[in-house]
Design a binder for this molecule. Structure first.
Ligand code: THU
Length: 130
């Protein structure tokens, strides 16, 4: 995994606003244009309104005019893998190919890399609506 991607994910995690769950998450996308876009989770006193880190990173990428994820890193603290939630797997799916790498990280570095298809097999996507 690109170390710039890891560093961006860590920096994003450190800015997360997660006073309710106390679980900060960072995400960083290496996009098709070679740039890195990051996001953090932002919680809300009205709990369901909170946003995941991946959603923020995708929003930054799309706002910059890019619609293709080359790789994405997600990071959280704790012993378990901070894998993208179900909704974020679908969000990633929209802008990634079946073999696109999803790097799951801890503070020490990369823990495991999955492909998009491993995390969301037999998925529904834009082709279904074509
Ligand atoms: N969270 C993310 O930001 N991304 C994920 O894919 C998993 C969960 C956040 C949402 C919430 O703010 C906190 O982690 C605890 O669920």
């Amino acid at each position: 995994m690109d170390q710039r991607l890891f560093a961006a994910a860590v920096a994003a995690m450190e800015r997360a606003y997660a006073p309710y769950s106390k679980f900060q998450v960072g995400a960083a996308i290496l996009a098709a244009n070679g740039k890195i876009y990051s996001g953090c989770n932002i919680e809300n006193a009205a709990y369901p309104v909170g946003h995941c880190a991946e959603a923020g990173a995708i929003a930054a990428m799309v706002l910059d005019g890019i619609q293709e994820i080359r790789e994405i890193a997600v990071i959280g603290r704790g012993d378990l893998l901070t894998t993208p939630c179900g909704g974020c797997r679908q969000r990633i799916r929209e802008f990634a190919g079946p073999e696109t790498k999803i790097h799951v990280c801890g503070t020490e570095g990369l823990r495991r890399t999955f492909t998009r298809d491993e995390l969301l097999p037999a998925s529904f996507g834009p082709e279904n609506l074509a």
